[in-house]
Write a protein that binds this ligand. Structure first.
Ligand SMILES: NC(=O)c1ccc[n+]([C@@H]2O[C@H](COP(=O)([O-])OP(=O)(O)OC[C@H]3O[C@@H](n4cnc5c(N)ncnc54)[C@H](O)[C@@H]3O)[C@@H](O)[C@H]2O)c1
Length: 314
């Protein structure tokens, strides 16, 4: 998504990805692809010559996927961030955009959180992002300026489709099984379409104000939802769907986030909302796509389980 957007603006793009969970969208012209690991920057560092900015997206993404092998999650997410930042500094690259997450806020008692609110990570995934942020913010800001984007939970159709994200999988289940299941329902979460996430990175890359903030919450105030209202919204878009609310909470996270600064300062406004994703996934599935949406290839957790090396047999 981001690569396409950057190409549309004429930027040359180098993508480094180790293909762990599907990898990048291949075959775009003007894009150089490197099969590389963030933990092994030495093998691809030369590619940073002449680069103006780096966007660090690579990670083991999501609480369940990180829980499969927490050592690997810490290595890739925390150590990997240190390695990428060090490589940028050696290459004299000032601008690094880091993909962080609103999951860092973890659990808040219904009040809206801002960038300086306390963080309460509930998982190795969020802890590794919080510590990565601390590391990046601790670096001297003279010749290196990391910008942290704490993304809301992403949704929407994308080239590397994920059906382990709440809105996507709930919509797919609604279409396929005629059922929307909500666990708990009273917990708040902010959501952001993947196209808008790419737009935000693009805006930040173009923001060269010397006093630009280091951290933005990345999303939209009106896209904070209680999970039961997400269920209702999807049920309204897919005919004949039954919604069930289970008391059991499978995810302790609950946070409502203030996104005013990124809108006020960078003019960041939504191009799509949760309802648009419900419609786009519904329509894609009715057109015959994604009948295999439960396949491990759409799930970071199932991919991590399939790739786990059993320590006994290793
Ligand atoms: N999806 C969300 O809801 C969400 C929310 C907040 C923040 N983020 C952050 O945005 C970024 C992108 O997330 P995504 O949803 O596109 O996830 P994703 O799992 O689709 O993408 C992660 C990419 O990193 C690559 N990768 C993993 N380990 C690597 C390694 N050691 N070296 C090189 N590449 C490696 C994978 O192959 C994959 O292409 C991540 O940093 C994530 O933490 C995502």
């Amino acid at each position: 998504m981001l690569t396409r957007r950057l190409r549309e603006t004429g930027a040359e793009v180098v993508v480094v990805d180790n293909g762990l969970v599907g990898g990048p969208e291949l075959g775009l012209s003007g894009v150089t692809y490197i099969d590389g690991d963030v933990l092994d920057t030495g093998s691809w560092e030369k590619a940073l010559d002449g680069v103006d900015a780096v966007v660090h997206l690579a990670a083991i993404v999501g609480d369940p996927a990180c829980g499969v092998d927490t050592d690997t999650a810490w290595n890739v997410n925390y150590l990997g961030t240190i390695r990428v930042a060090e490589a940028c500094r050696r290459a004299g690259i000032r601008s690094l955009v880091f993909a962080s997450t609103c999951s860092n806020y973890g659990f808040t008692a219904d009040a809206e959180v801002g960038v300086w609110s306390p963080m309460a990570p509930q998982s190795v995934y969020a802890e590794s992002k919080v510590l990565s942020e601390h590391y990046l913010l601790s670096l001297p800001r003279d010749e290196f300026f990391p910008r942290l984007l704490r993304f809301a939970t992403i949704h929407g159709l994308s080239p590397r489709m994920r059906f382990d994200l709440a809105v996507n999988v709930m919509t797919a289940n609604a279409v396929e099984h005629g059922r929307v299941t909500v666990h708990g329902g009273t917990q708040w979460r902010p959501f952001l379409h993947v196209e808008d996430a790419a737009a935000a990175v693009h805006l930040v890359l173009g923001d060269d104000r010397p006093a630009a903030p280091s951290i933005y919450n990345c999303g939209f105030g009106e896209e904070n939802y209680r999970m039961d209202s997400i269920g209702k919204l999807i049920a309204e878009e897919v005919d004949g769907v039954h919604m069930e609310i289970l008391e059991e909470h499978t995810d302790p996270r609950n946070y409502r986030v203030n996104f005013d600064p990124i809108r006020r300062e960078l003019g960041f406004t939504p191009s799509r909302r949760v309802v648009d994703t419900a419609r786009e996934i519904r329509d894609a599935m009715r057109a015959g796509k994604y009948s295999d949406f439960a396949s491990p290839r759409y799930s970071n957790y199932l991919t991590a389980v399939a790739q786990r090396v059993d320590p006994v047999s290793a």
